[in-house]
Ligand binder design. Structure first.
Ligand SMILES: [Zn+2]
Length: 223
C-alpha cells in the first residue's frame, strides 16, 4: 500500500502546500543512500550485537535490485552510541561486517558505510562535540559525494526518520520516507523543513519508485 502525506495528514490548504509538495525523482541515478536501522533491518535502539540483526521483509531483495544495476548503495547513519560510551567504533565496524555477511546470503550488498560517531552533548570523550556529520546535518552525504565523485542532485536518500530526510535540505538529494521503523511515528510530528519528496510503505516500494522514475544512466561516477 502506498502512503501519501496528503492522504495521511488532515491538511488545511496551507498545510497541504507545505507538507505535500513533491519533487520528481532524478532521471539519472548515481547512488542510493539509506539509513540502516528501521529501513533495512528492525530498529533495536543502541543494540549492536549481530544476533539482533533482523532484516525487514523484502529489504535484501530490494537492495539486490539496486546492486544488479551497479548503482552504489551507501549507508549513512548516526551512531551516537559511540559518543555516549555504549560501544567503541571498532564494534560498529565489526557490526557492519556481520551485516554485510547476512546480506550476502541473500545476494545483496552495501558498497559503503558512513556514520557519525558524535553527539553534541551526551558522553564525555572526544566524540562529544558539535560536528557537521550528525544527521540532519549533511556532512556524511557531502563526504560520500567527495569520496565517490557523486552529484547529490542525482542521488536518492531513503530513511525512516525526520532527521534522515532533513539532511536533504542542504545536500540536494531527493528523499523517500519509508513507513517501517520510525516512519509512521515521525509523520505525526512532521515539520516543513523535513518533508520528503515521496513516501513508500517500505524499502522495496521505495526502490520500485526510484527505478520507475530513473533512466539508470550514471554520470561522472568513479568507484
Ligand atoms: Zn558527526
Amino acid at each position: 500500500m502506498r502512503f501519501n502525506l496528503k492522504d495521511y495528514i488532515d491538511c488545511s490548504p496551507l498545510q497541504a502546500k507545505v507538507h505535500c509538495v513533491k519533487s520528481p525523482m532524478p532521471k539519472t541515478l548515481e547512488a542510493v543512500f539509506l539509513d540502516r536501522d528501521g529501513v533495512i533491518n528492525e530498529e533495536h535502539g543502541y543494540e549492536h550485537r549481530p544476533q539482533y540483526i533482523r532484516l525487514l521483509p523484502g529489504a535484501a531483495a530490494a537492495l539486490r535490485r539496486v546492486n544488479e544495476l551497479s548503482i552504489p548503495v551507501i549507508i549513512v547513519s548516526n551512531q551516537s552510541g559511540i559518543a555516549r560510551g555504549y560501544y567503541m567504533q571498532d564494534y560498529v565496524d565489526s557490526f557492519h561486517k556481520q551485516f554485510s555477511e547476512i546480506l550476502k546470503d541473500f545476494g545483496a550488498s552495501i558498497d559503503h558505510f558512513y556514520y557519525c560517531p558524535h553527539h553534541p552533548t551526551a558522553g564525555e570523550g572526544d566524540y562529544t562535540r558539535q560536528c557537521d556529520c550528525r544527521k540532519p546535518l549533511p556532512g556524511l552525504l557531502e563526504r560520500a559525494a567527495r569520496d565517490l565523485n557523486l552529484d547529490l542532485e542525482n542521488c536518492v536518500l531513503i530513511g525512516d526518520k525526520a532527521i534522515d530526510i532533513g539532511a536533504r535540505a542542504r545536500a540536494g538529494c531527493r528523499t523517500i520516507l519509508v513507513m517501517t521503523g520510525y516512519g509512521k511515528r515521525d509523520l505525526d510530528s512532521w515539520i516543513e523543513s523535513y518533508r520528503p519528496d515521496e513516501t513508500a510503505s517500505d524499502l522495496a516500494e521505495a526502490v520500485e519508485l526510484i527505478l520507475k522514475a530513473t533512466n539508470l544512466r550514471r554520470l561522472n561516477f568513479r568507484r
